[in-house]
Design a protein around this ligand. Sequence first.
Ligand SMILES: [Cu+2]
Length: 727
Amino acid sequence: MSLARSDAWRMPKTLPIRGRSHELTEMGRRQADPSVPGRALKLSHFVVTAVHICRSFPASLFVLLLSQSFDPVSRYTTFIARLHEPPPHAHCNAYVHCALSTPTTMGFLAKISALALAASVSVAAQDVDLDSINKSVDNELSQVDTNGDSTLGTINSTELDRFLDGPKPGGSIWPWGSRDANNTNPYDPKAIPNTGITRQYDWHITNTTMAPDGVKTPMLVVNNQFPGPLIEANWGDYIEITVHNDLENEGTSIHWHGFLQTATPWYDGVSTVSQCPIAPGTSFTYRIRAELFGTTWWHAHHSSQYLNGLSGPIVIHGPATDDWDVDVGPVMLSDWFHDYYENLLQQVYHASREGPIFPPNANNMLINGKANYPCNETERECTPNAGLASFAFKTGKKHLLRLINHSAEAVLFFSIDGYNMTVITNDFVAVEPYQTDMVTLAVGQRVEVVVQGGDDPKESVWMRLSEGPSGLGPEGKTGCSLNDGIATSVNAKIFYEEADQTIEPNTTSHVDESRYLFPKACANGPLDEAVPSYKMNISEPEVTLDFVLTGLNNATGEFVWYMNNVTYMGDYNEPIFLDAAVGATNFTKEKQVFNMGNAKSVRIVMHSVGFPASHPMHAHGHNMFILAEGTGEWDGKIVNPSNPARRDTQLVRPNGYLVVQIELENPGVWPVHCHVAWHTSQGMNINLLEQPKEVQKMDVPASIAQTCRNWWDFTDNNYVAQIDSGL
Ligand SMILES: [Cu+2]
């Protein structure tokens, strides 16, 4: 028995849809009855997902519904159907998995129900070939295909220990002795544990292709791993990373996000600011110190290279404001694009308010570098059912999850169905623990959460990541990020000890999707919610800088970003820090250098005007005191003035303001920029020149000058197209 397609299947593109092609085969397998003889189905490549079935079902197609279920919480009806006859362009039969939201007409609902009823009668009569269905399980790409040599995202990915081997002062059980998150000033270099330990890493950067979500994509990777390799150390350790640039024709540099780089500004890893790019075929060794502890990430800081794979987690073991039994390790979260960053950047300059608005739009979302993708939506080589990330939970245990947003653009919303999370850090700042059921992370931000495990060893649960519907307003109509609407969320699987890992979780989200919507969602949590556990107050700033943040078309019609009417434009061949080290204090306007002289502190007041994007503003070399943020005009009030929130990255709301204060105790040149890759590329950056006289006295390692000589040799013999601001 088969059922003709009805026009009711035809749904508007804007309908929120969750294509979970991966779950298809698992569910399909459970539907199958091996005792029924079947014809040989070739199920190898073609899984039609919701988007396709709803939008472009060929008129001649017949569908057989296998099952449906309605989830009252998420308001999604999920149904499994089978294509009775393959569409003309498909070379195989397929199972169809479709998830449709139900704010539709009752008529449609009735039709769905009727279909399901008919299907339940007909399913037993279907000729289903179990072998072929099993074959579709084999369709999942191997870990090497999706993530190269990274093991992140696999169920057996190693749990982290509480700390690495190292000396323990005074017979303490901790490498950091009696220091805890409340009693030690992390910004006092003398207070940091002096471990005498250096952790060493050797990295090779190469061009390659991988298919993290099944779509073969050009990538840049370290040691053939995506996400990139984990750096792990104890608080106070030094870390040496030798970076070999094995790219054919591109320079690069690596930034250690959130590291203070006290007395080593030349190791900050920013092309055009702290160093010349590492020339192809050459190497550079960074020596950085883990002055702060917690979770962070590293990424290329050379054009927008990082969004093609040059990013990875950093874990610095230290004290915490809560404890845990299982360190689940990094949970890398991001948007994802099926193209090389250079091509994407070319689109950025053609942004416009009229559709298609503000390209490039994200194609997918990833958790630990994994997702599925509906292959009918891309011209690129694509394998459906590539595979989702998995995590192991233990009954009754407390789990630490280290959430990291390494997106190009997206504001991310993270939750675990039915679970609360206890937040213990914001960026590199330990906070007094507080509970939440959803974490918002802007690009560059990290949040550590502790999750109390349940007591059912057979339980499996969805972990959810969403960026909401595409757009930048109007109110309540869009999310806070830009995407093509095809895959705006991704799940990962959490399995307890005895859960059946061949079956996907069937939990539903407790997060109402209105919480993903513009403009309310385009902000970090309330500032008084995150109270730093090491208390610090602020004094009146010696300098105040005001900035207006705007996006406009420049004289040649390209869309760029401005901070006080200036767009940053760096010079790969002449990094600002090196000029400052030999005495320069005056720079051309487009280098956006603000000489702070010997001032001890600066307050920076930022207003986003005329353009409804949110901006995750990130300061290098410092944690910022976050004094106030909101929409409209700042009323001059500081939130929690005796101990303001601190972090290194904080969102400016759409058309909002952000007030931060920075203690200028770290001589160097420090970028303060928006961390949206497109906005950085388009010049949304300033540089604080801090204590220039001290900078001039610095003993800069010879390797820094050598890196420039290598780069100059390279540029003397090769044409280097600088396609953006450079950093
Ligand atoms: Cu921005």
